[in-house]
Write a protein that binds this ligand. Structure first.
Ligand SMILES: Nc1nc2c(ncn2[C@@H]2O[C@H](COP(=O)(O)OP(=O)(O)OP(=O)(O)O)[C@@H](O)[C@H]2O)c(=O)[nH]1
Length: 850
């Protein structure tokens, strides 16, 4: 090699000149200038120094190598049976000998023991002994090459890089030598693949170097190719390695001087977040316990559960606390939060009051509203009672008012409560001829609970027996005090029939609204409440919504409870199309995906995607809640389960024209439950009776109730075929009576006892055939042979049984009437005495009704 200057040498090995000069000085070569030339001996001296300094072995300057890797390669050949090709006519058969070359390479590494111990600790302890260290498994690889033999150059253990350059690199970075893959960061020299996050390398074989010549590099590429195609190479390697992995792990752990897993010394208390509904399995997983533990805990609490059973939040939290953890209510991770920013904000402007008309049945609510609206709603109602909530916006000369017409029947209690919560003012209609009645009081309570002011309309003033002062006095007891009695409530005498006083009533309402300064934001996406919903045969789902803030426009994307859709059509109370509806405006919306529930909040959302996401989330939440409710009944405590098993239930499916009626009927029917019988509403919905309803009724043995709806053609056919019972009604009382009668049929009949007669024992004889025979005289009624008897002594029953014989003058007789003597033998009873009484009675079963 030509003489090289220090500067050139530094450039060739890519180290700064001054650093090279310093290292040369440390190696004893002596300080010289950058321009001086450096000899090969000096380079060798520098290399030796650097190897010593960095613990390198296998150098000519280090007589005791610290690690030796032996690689052995065995090449063998396999001959596959010759394949005889079909010879051509007259040709000799050609034989192709398939020769497969198998190259097996084995590698075994020996490391000084103290070097192994030193890994990770950096404590140098020199030792002269070389001890073979057992490797996890001799590294071997099998390369099969076919069909022709491959001339395999021996793998090159040492790189071709100049020794000095390598030594210099070693001084700068952790050594990456083929024979010594032992950087401190690696837990074991033989297992560089253990480095986290790195793709596993092939055994202890160091990573192939780019400059590695010949077959080694080619083979590596080949392996890489296999990996890319389907990971075969890695997988096969992984299986090979998996046998040695535990050892390698332990080695790594020991090498690092610490355990990866520490056994907990005491119980771990976890904070467990519990959502509204959670399965037993999920709860167990959150507490890091087995599901069986949770089931056991539930059993201790008196509840039987299965691993997939959904628990409600309260039960789940109890289980968590019971098992020694801390329960926390999980924040609902719902897309509902997306809605928060949708609420319209800004300065509110005056809006029309929302007024609910409440009162006892037939006190004239609908007639009053009818007069105000100048329409004939009352005339069109079946049974002449209002059966679903209606919302009407009326413009009077004194201003606009939105009316919610709520039914007065007790069945609609829930609906009325909802009306009071929505409303600004309640008009309490009390018939002057009838006075305060139960539902008048209920209406007062609802209004008070909702903090809504009352205006009392004393109706039917045209009737001769009208007593308005009586109404005022009766209402004082319920804390509703008229202005002229020193209170704050306006009482307006009216006649819904003649229209007298209606103007004054509206004035009173608008005055009250003025005092309340009702305001709402008109700009922005609309927010409101669904006040009625139904499935219309021609128009699909129709929801009556009351806008509370913002403006609902035609074409808006509306989200109502678990349903959504574009508001294709907006209609007012006169079925006239609207382009938009502002606050306090009731409007019918067409275009929803389904029938929402009455009372659901509706929002206008930006796009369909968001609406769909929230709607699906709500549907899922509703399903889960209903599931956990349904499971809560049989899953309750064992005693109540046993009790429940004895209660007979009548299954009912309700189909109604509007959601409010279906809901009201369901709640009324559920209210019929007693200790012995109950109603189970299998399903309730809006729309005509379909094939699905009939099939459901068939499978559950339910009674189908159609309220203002009929079965379609397919369902009718199926009804005929299956004999499923269906009842059509348009008056709610009739539905209740019908179901009451059916429930009565489920009641066990009552067993009534009737005393038929009494006989007094005058003498006792002994007969060989019957034992003691009582000689009696029938003092009252009749004694019949086939009826049960009781023996009374001193008016106390001492025996109950049957007659064995009833005789008169030695003749068996069927009955003996009062004043007649007879002989009575009691079956299996011989203790009869003179003075006893024998009572004859009969049991009859009586049908019961609810
Ligand atoms: N004489 C007289 N009859 C009235 C008056 N208001 C209502 N009525 C009658 O009272 C009956 C009941 O009236 P509705 O308006 O249906 O009573 P309601 O309170 O709406 O009844 P529900 O819908 O069942 O809650 C009807 O026959 C009306 O004609 C009135 O001011 N004077």
């Amino acid at each position: 090699m030509a003489a090289q200057s220090i500067e050139q040498f530094a450039a060739s090995i890519r180290v700064p000149v001054d650093r090279l000069l310093r290292q040369l000085q440390e190696a004893g070569v002596g300080v010289r200038a950058a321009g001086d030339s450096i000899t090969d001996d000096e380079k060798a001296a520098l290399l030796g120094h650097l190897r010593r300094a960095h613990g390198a072995e296998a150098s000519e300057t280090s007589p005791t190598p610290r690690k030796i890797t032996l690689t052995r390669q065995v090449v063998s050949e396999l001959r596959q049976p010759a394949v005889a090709r079909r010879p051509g006519p007259g040709a000799a058969p050609a034989v192709a000998a398939n020769k497969v070359t198998v190259v097996t390479r084995k590698r075994r590494t020996y490391v000084k023991r103290e070097d192994q111990e030193r890994v990770g600790e950096e404590t140098a302890a020199e030792s002269d002994t070389v001890t073979p260290v057992e490797q996890p498994a001799p590294e071997s690889e099998l390369i099969v090459q076919a069909p022709e033999p491959v001339v395999e150059p021996a793998p090159v253990a040492e790189p071709e890089q100049p020794a000095v350059a390598q030594a210099t690199s070693a001084a700068e970075a952790p050594p990456r030598r083929t024979t010594e893959p032992q950087p401190a960061a690696r837990p074991q020299p033989q297992a560089p693949r253990q480095a986290p996050g790195k793709p596993p390398a092939r055994g202890a074989q160091p990573a192939p170097r780019r400059d590695e010549p010949g077959r080694g590099a080619g083979k590596q590429r080949k392996k890489g190719g296999r990996d890319e195609r389907g990971g075969f190479g890695d997988d096969a390697q992984g299986r090979l390695r998996s046998r040695s992995r535990p050892g390698a792990h332990r080695g790594a752990g020991a090498g690092a001087g610490r355990h990866q897993f520490e056994r907990p010394q005491g119980a771990i208390t976890r904070e467990v977040e519990v959502p509204a509904s959670i399965t037993v399995a999920e709860l167990a997983s959150r507490m890091s316990v087995k599901a069986a533990e949770v089931i056991k805990c539930l059993m201790r609490m008196g509840q039987m559960a299965t691993i997939n059973q959904a628990l409600d939040q309260d039960t789940a939290m109890l289980v968590v606390e019971e098992m020694g953890h801390t329960a926390a209510v999980a924040a609902p991770q719902s897309p509902e939060s997306l809605l928060t920013e949708l609420a319209p904000t800004g300065e509110g402007t005056a809006r029309a009051p929302i007024v609910t008309v409440m009162g006892h049945v037939d006190h004239g609510k609908t007639t009053l509203l009818d007069y105000i609206r100048k329409s004939q709603v009352a005339a069109g109602e079946a049974g002449a009672i209002t059966q679903h909530i209606g919302a009407y916006h009326v413009t009077t000369p004194r201003g606009a008012v939105t009316f919610l017409d709520t039914p007065g029947h007790a069945a609609f209690s829930a609906m009325r409560a909802r009306g009071a919560a929505l409303t600004d003012i309640v008009i309490l209609v009390v018939a002057a001829d009838d006075g305060v009645m139960p539902q008048t009081i209920e209406a007062v309570q609802h209004a008070k609970a909702a903090g809504v002011p009352l205006v009392v309309a004393v109706n039917k003033m045209d009737k001769p027996d009208a007593e308005p002062d009586r109404v005022k006095q009766e209402l004082i007891q319920h804390d509703v005090i008229a202005e002229d009695f020193g209170g704050e409530v306006q009482f307006v005498p009216v006649s819904a029939k003649t229209g007298a006083g209606i103007d004054a009533l509206l004035e009173a309402v608008l005055l009250q609204a003025e005092v309340m300064e009702l305001k709402a934001v008109t700009e922005g996406p609309a927010v409101g409440v669904v006040v009625e919903a139904k499935l219309d045969r021609g128009r699909g789902p129709v929801a009556t919504v009351l806008v509370q803030a913002g403006t609902l426009r035609r074409g808006d994307m509306v989200l109502a409870g678990g349903e959504f859709g574009r508001a294709r059509v907006l209609l007012d109370e006169h079925a006239q199309p609207l382009l938009e509806a502002g606050p306090s405006r009731p409007v019918e919306v067409l275009g929803l995906s389904g029938v929402p529930n009455v009372g659901d909040v509706f929002n206008v959302v930006e796009d369909e995607r968001k609406a769909r996401e929230i709607a699906l989330f709500r549907q899922q939440a509703a399903r889960e809640a209903s599931l956990s409710r349904r499971e809560a009944v049989p899953g309750g405590d064992i005693f109540s389960q046993l009790r429940a098993a004895q209660i007979k239930s009548l299954n009912v499916i309700i189909k109604a024209d509007v959601q409010g009626s279906a809901e009201a009927i369901a709640s009324s029917l559920l209210g019929l439950a007693t200790d012995e019988v109950t109603v189970r509403v299998v399903a309730s919905g809006v729309g005509g009776i379909t094939e699905t309803d009939v099939n459901l009724a068939l499978s559950t043995g339910a009674l189908l109730v159609g309220f203002n709806v009929r079965a379609d053609a397919t369902a009718r056919k199926l009804l005929k075929e299956t004999g499923v019972e269906v009842r059509y009604h348009s008056i709610i009382y009739e539905v209740i009576d019908e179901v009451k009668r059916a429930l009565g049929g489920l009641l066990e009949p009552e067993i009534r006892e009737t005393i038929l007669g009494l006989a007094e024992v005058r003498e006792v004889f002994h007969s060989a055939k019957f034992g003691a025979v009582a000689g009696c005289i029938v003092s009252d009624g009749v004694v019949r042979r086939r009826c049960p008897i009781r023996v009374l002594r001193g008016n106390v029953v001492i025996y109950e049984g049957e007659l064995e014989s009833l005789r008169r003058h030695k003749d068996d007789v069927p009955e003996v009437r009062a004043g007649t003597e007879c002989g009575i033998a009691v079956k299996q009873y011989n203790d009869v005495q003179v003075g006893d009484q024998i009572e004859c009675f009969e049991r009859t079963s009586v049908e019961r009704t609810l």
